[in-house]
Write a protein that binds this ligand. Sequence first.
Ligand SMILES: O=C(O)CCC(=O)C(=O)O
Length: 293
Amino acid sequence: MLSEAQIETYAEQGFVIARAVVSDELLAQMRAQLDAWTEESRYEQANYGEILGGKARFDLQPGHSPDHPQLRRVANPIDISKAYREALFEGPVVELAAELLGPDVVFHHCKLNIKAPGAATRVDYHQDHAFTPHTNDDMITALVLLDDMFEANGCLTVVPGSHKERCSHWRDGRFVGRIDAEMDAEFDARAMPIEGRAGDVCYMHNWSVHGGGPNMSDEPRRLLICDYSAADAKPLVANPVPTVHEGRVVHGQASRIARLTQMNVELPEIYDDDSFFVIQEREARKVREEMPS
Ligand SMILES: O=C(O)CCC(=O)C(=O)O
C-alpha cells in the first residue's frame, strides 16, 4: 500500500517510486524470458515479429550485431508471455496503480525498453499523453525496474511538477514525438534521475516530462513500461502499440461512461514506424542537420 506521503508526492511531483513491489520469483521469470528473446535476436538483421496491426514486436538498435545484440524494445510482451501478464494484469503493480487512479482501471499497452551495456539508446524528452490522448488524463505509466537502474546505466529521468505543463510534440507541421530540443537545457536542469533496485516501480503521471541518456555501464538496463488508465478515460486516437488486451479491466469494473475533462489536447499523427525511437531518431537527425556548422 502507498503511504499518504507517497500519494501526495505523486500529486505534487507527478511521480512516485514504490520499493520492492515485484517478487523475486516473478522478476526472475520475466528476466529469463527477456534473456531468451535477446538471445533469439542475435542473428536478426532487421526488426521482426508482429503485433496486432502489423508493426514489428522486436525492435533493434542501429549497430545491433550477433556479437553485440541490441534488442531495444519488445512491444506488448503480455501478448506472448504469461510472466508479463501475471506482473501487469493482477497483483501489486495494478493494486498500487489503483490507489493513484481510482478503483476502476484498464490496461492500454506495454513495452520493454532495453538499454544494452554501452548502448547509445537515448530517450528524448516527451510526455506520454501526447502519444495516447484520452478524454481525461487519469492515466498512469507504471515503470517496473527489471534491473537496478542508476544514472550510469541510463536511468529514466523525470521533470518534477511537469505533469501540470503542456508541451507540443509537433514541429514544422509534423508530429516529432518529442518536445522541442530548445527546451533540453531547461529540462536537464530540472530533471531527477529515477534510481532504484530491480522490483521497484515508478508510477508516473501521463503528462510528466521524461527522458533518459545512454547506458555507459557494463550492466543492462531493462525497464517494463505499462500504461493504465481510469476505466472512464477513453482513447481519442488509435493505440500506437496495438494489442488485443487494450481496454482489459485489470482492477474494479468497466465503465460505459466517457468522462470528458475540459482541456485542449494536440493529437498525434498516427505513425507506421515500429517504435517511437524511430520517430525521435528522425527528428534528432533533422535537428543535427539544421545546426549551424
Ligand atoms: O526507457 C526509458 O527510460 C523511458 C522510455 C519512455 O519514456 C517511453 O518509451 O515512453
